[in-house]
Design a protein around this ligand. Structure first.
Ligand code: NAD
Length: 462
C-alpha cells in the first residue's frame, strides 16, 4: 500500500531523524503491506516545536475561519471515503462493508459536526460584570489507538482545531496509514503549516516522549488503562491537562418486560461488530433468571450467524490475549456455548465469535476488558441485583437497558454508574458526550462537550 516515508511536520512530509521504521501488517494474511517511520524523541520534539510556533497564529483566528478549514477537511475526507475504508480494511482487517459504514462514515460526520460547532459556539459570554472568553488550551498531544483508527483521530483533532489549539498526533503503530491519509486531508483543507503535525511511532518511544514533552499543554489519550494511568501520572506531575478515554466492561441490562429476542440479537451484534474491539461494547449481558436459558439459546444462535462475517483482531498479541481470556473463562467455570479459544483459521489473527453462559460477576471475564468477540451472559435475581452487577466493575463507559416501557428503562439507566446508556436500542449519536465514569476515563469527547475539553476560560471584569 501507498505510504509516506516521512512524518508530517510543519506543513510538509520530512524524513524522521530516528531512521527507524514500523512494518504495517494486514491482519487477514499477516503480510507486511507498508512501512512508515518510527519517530524518536528528536522527531517528537521537532513536531511539538512546530505546533508551539504555529499557536500564536492559529489561536486568535476567527471561529468562522476555523469552521471553514474544518468544513474543507470534512469535504476532503468525504471525497476519499472509499480510500479511507480500503485503508482501514487493509491495516485493521475490518470487513469492507463495516469500514465503509463505520470507519469512514462516522469520522466524516464528526468532522462535519465540528465545522458546525466552530461556527456556532459561544467563545465569549457575559456573566454579570464579567466577559468570559473561551480560549484554546494550547498545544495538544493526541495519542490514539487502532480500534476505530480514523474516528479516534478526528474525535480529538477536529475539536482541538475548532478550539484554536495546535496538535501533534501520535497514532497507534498498527494503523498509521489512515492517519497519514488524514494528514493529507488536513493539508488539502488549507490548515496552516504547523497547526497539525503527525508523528508515527511506537508507544513507549514516540508516545511517551510526546506525553512527557514540556511544550505540550494537554494530553488527550485513548487506549489501555495501564498506559492511561502512567500518562495521567506524568501529566499530573507537570500540572498538565489530560483527557483519558480508557476501557469499558459495559452492561446490557435486559429487564423482564423487554422484547427478549430483540435485546439479545442487538446485544450480540453490538459485541461482535469490529470483532469486539470496541471500548463501549456491551460485553456483559444481564438477564433475569426466569428468561436466562431462553436468552442463552438466542445468543448462541445469533453468534453462530457471525461465523465468518467478522474480521480478525488487529495483531497477534491481541489474538493471544483474547484467547487467553477465553481459556481463563473456561478454567474459572463459565460454560462455553459458542466459539472458543481455538482459532477458526490457520492464517490471520481470527478469533471465533464466542459466548459464555453461567458467568458470575466476580469471574475475570466479567471484570476485565477482553477486547475481542466474547460475550458473557450473567443471571440476575431481581432489579436490585441487576443494578449491583451492572455497577460492579471498575469501569463505567457505556451500557444498554431494555424494557417494555421506556420510562422503566430510563429509571434503571439513571441509577447506572456509566457515561452513556442506549435505551431500547437507541442509536449512536455523534453529538452526545462520550466518556467514562470511574476508571473508564477523564473528560468527554464529541459534540460541544468534546470541544469544551480544548478550551480554558479567561474572565475580564468591568
Ligand atoms: P495501548 O494503550 O498500548 O495503545 C494506545 C496508544 O497509546 C497507541 O498509540 C500506543 O502507541 C500508545 N502508547 C503505548 N504505550 C505508551 C506510552 N508508554 N506512552 C505514551 N503512549 C503510549 O493499547 P494496546 O496495547 O494497543 O491495547 C491493549 C488493550 O488496551 C486492549 O486490549 C484494550 O483492552 C485496550 N484498548 C482500549 C481502547 C479504547 O478505545 N478504550 C483502544 C485500544 C486498546
Amino acid at each position: 500500500m501507498k505510504a509516506h516515508d516521512g512524518i508530517y511536520l510543519d506543513g510538509a512530509w520530512r524524513p524522521a531523524l530516528s531512521g527507524e521504521v514500523i512494518d504495517v501488517v494486514d491482519p487477514v494474511d499477516e503480510q507486511v503491506i507498508a512501512r512508515v517511520p518510527a519517530a524518536g524523541a528528536e522527531d517528537v520534539d521537532a513536531a511539538v516545536r512546530a505546533a508551539r510556533a504555529a499557536l500564536p497564529g492559529w489561536a486568535p483566528t476567527a471561529p468562522a475561519e476555523r469552521a471553514a478549514r474544518l468544513s474543507a477537511l470534512r469535504d476532503a475526507l468525504a471525497a476519499r471515503k472509499d480510500e479511507i475504508a480500503g485503508t482501514v480494511t487493509a491495516e485493521l482487517g475490518a470487513p469492507l462493508a463495516f469500514s465503509q459504514a463505520v470507519h469512514a462514515a462516522v469520522p466524516i460526520a464528526v468532522a462535519g459536526s465540528y465545522a458546525d460547532l466552530a461556527a456556532r459556539h459561544a467563545f465569549e459570554e457575559k456573566v454579570g460584570n464579567s466577559t468570559v472568553f473561551h480560549e484554546p488550551v494550547g498545544v495538544v498531544a493526541a495519542i490514539t489507538p487502532w480500534n476505530y483508527p480514523l474516528h479516534q483521530v478526528v474525535a480529538k483533532v477536529a475539536p482541538a482545531l475548532a478550539a484554536g489549539c495546535t496538535v501533534v498526533l501520535k497514532p497507534a503503530e498498527d494503523t498509521p496509514l489512515v492517519a497519514q491519509l488524514f494528514a493529507e486531508a488536513v493539508h488539502d483543507a488549507g490548515v496552516p503549516a504547523g497547526v497539525f503535525n503527525l508523528v508515527t511511532g511506537l508507544g513507549p518511544v514516540a508516545g511517551q516522549a510526546l506525553a512527557e514533552h514540556p511544550g505540550v499543554d494537554l494530553v488527550s489519550f485513548t487506549g489501555s488503562t495501564a498506559v492511561g494511568r502512567s500518562i495521567a501520572a506524568t501529566a499530573g506531575a507537570a500540572v498538565k491537562k489530560v483527557a483519558l478515554e480508557l476501557g469499558g466492561k459495559s452492561a446490557n441490562v435486559i429487564l423482564r418486560s423487554a422484547d427478549l429476542a430483540k435485546a439479545v440479537n442487538v446485544g450480540v451484534a453490538n459485541v461482535m461488530s469490529n470483532s469486539g474491539q470496541t471500548c463501549s461494547a456491551w460485553t456483559r449481558m444481564l438477564v433475569h433468571r426466569d428468561q436466562y436459558d431462553e436468552a442463552v439459546e438466542l445468543a448462541r444462535t445469533a453468534a453462530a450467524k457471525y461465523g465468518d462475517r467478522i474480521g480478525p483482531l488487529v495483531n497477534a498479541k491481541q489474538q493471544a490475549r483474547v484467547r487467553g481470556y477465553i481459556e481463563k473463562g473456561v478454567a474459572e467455570g463459565a460454560r462455553l456455548v459458542a466459539g472458543g479459544a481455538e482459532p477458526p483459521r490457520e492464517r490471520g489473527y481470527f478469533v471465533s465469535p464466542t459466548v459464555f453462559a453461567d458467568v458470575t460477576p466476580e469471574m475475570t471475564i466479567a471484570q476485565e476488558e477482553i477486547f475481542g468477540p466474547v460475550l458473557s451472559v450473567l443471571r440476575y435475581e431481581d432489579e436490585e441485583d441487576a443494578l449491583r452487577i451492572a455497577n460492579g466493575t471498575v469501569y463505567g463507559l457505556a451500557g444498554a437497558v431494555w424494557a417494555g416501557d421506556e420510562a422503566e428503562a430510563v429509571a434503571f439507566a439513571r441509577r447506572m454508574d456509566t457515561g452513556q446508556v442506549d435505551i431500547n436500542g437507541g442509536r449512536f449519536n455523534p453529538l452526545a458526550p462520550f466518556g467514562g465514569y470511574k476508571q473508564s476515563g477523564v473528560g468527554r469527547e464529541l459534540g460541544a462537550h468534546g470541544l469544551a475539553e480544548y478550551l480554558q476560560t479567561k474572565s475580564l471584569q468591568f
